[in-house]
Design a binder for this molecule. Structure first.
Ligand code: CA
Length: 330
């Protein structure tokens, strides 16, 4: 039986690679993607929605429901368009066919999450690779709703690694710390995939060549190549890979966990979120002291087999590229 998945995302370059990976796994019939809930984060709510719709069309799996996010009123940060482009797609959205859904006609993402979890109680893995605004809003509207998920998997946080948006905070947690706090109080078994492991996931030009072939001819391969080029440039500029040419596919870590869980080692932990610190807002804290812990809420990934994770990503993306048919018009 394919694994039922609901993803919450803010595309974003690494989100886009993750959505392509999911489309490959759908074609391989190991994942059933029930819906995509988009949210403000890397770029605005409208742009993340549009990006998700264009990505679905490009991967030629365009039957998935897409929810629209709402702008977060009191957010702590601005977005990350300096990394991902103003449209979240490396400023390439105008070169692609438009998505087939309209923003204002689509369900709001928190309602979509509630609907999907109620329709398939205890069967759906909810994967969040974005700020947790939608998950928190769903929990606010329907307290206990996140317990209806089979599992909740979150890319976010930083424990033994510096932050990527402040000295101590990771972007998804710092964008809406109060939402993160609410979600971290919702279950005892959250799966947390922090920067500590995602910083090891450098997608290189050689990997791109393996995915697309030497001369990308179809539109999907061309877009992957153009987006990678954009992201590699901003990655170097912001010194995220120690000078190595490539970009970090942070969010792909969550897709990897769905179907290749043997790549990780986890620690059982009580994770808390700082929501009031002047310099530390959004910091994730894990109590490592040896004492009685009540309220343990998470499994935190401490190790990843990065080499094999990236090999799986490359092979699965190549599988998708080989099976898409639309050819580039530019
Ligand atoms: Ca993301």
């Amino acid at each position: 039986m394919p694994k039922k998945v609901l993803i919450d995302t803010d595309p974003g370059g690494d989100d886009i690679y993750s959505l392509f990976w999911l489309q490959s796994l759908m074609r391989q019939e190991v994942v059933e993607l029930l819906a995509i809930a988009t949210t403000e984060g890397n770029v605005s709510a409208r742009n993340t929605f549009n990006a998700a719709c264009q990505v679905l069309r490009l991967g030629e799996i365009d039957t998935v429901a897409v929810g629209r996010g709402v702008d977060v009123p009191d957010k702590y940060l601005t977005n990350a368009s300096h990394i991902h482009g103003d449209d979240g797609m490396g400023n390439l959205s105008q070169t692609l066919p438009p998505g087939r859904r309209r923003f204002h006609e689509s369900l709001v993402s928190d309602d979509l999450i509630i609907r999907v979890l109620k329709a398939h109680p205890y069967e759906v893995t909810l994967v969040a690779i974005a700020p947790l605004s939608n998950l928190a809003a769903a929990e606010e509207k329907e307290p206990g709703i996140l317990r209806l998920a089979k599992e909740v998997v979150i890319m976010g946080g930083a424990f033994n690694s510096p932050g990527n948006i402040t000295p101590v905070a990771e972007f998804n947690m710092a964008f809406n710390p109060k939402a993160a706090q609410r979600v971290f109080a919702s279950r005892e078994d959250l799966v947390i995939l922090p920067l500590d492991v995602t910083r090891q996931l450098v997608f290189t030009p050689e990997m791109l060549r393996q995915v697309t072939g030497l001369e990308p001819k179809n539109q999907l391969a061309q877009f992957m190549a153009d987006l990678a080029k954009f992201l590699m440039t901003t990655t170097l500029q912001y010194r995220e890979t120690g000078g190595q040419l490539g970009f970090l596919v942070h969010d792909a870590v969550a897709v990897a966990y769905l179907v290749y869980p043997e790549l990780f080692k986890f620690a059982r932990a009580l994770v808390s979120i700082e929501t009031e610190g002047r310099l530390t807002n959004g910091q994730t804290l894990c109590d490592r002291r040896h004492g009685v812990k009540t309220g343990v809420n998470a499994w935190v990934a401490e190790e990843v087999d990065a080499q094999n994770l990236l090999a799986c990503l490359v092979e699965d993306l190549h599988y998708l590229v080989e099976r898409t048919t639309s050819y580039t018009s530019y």
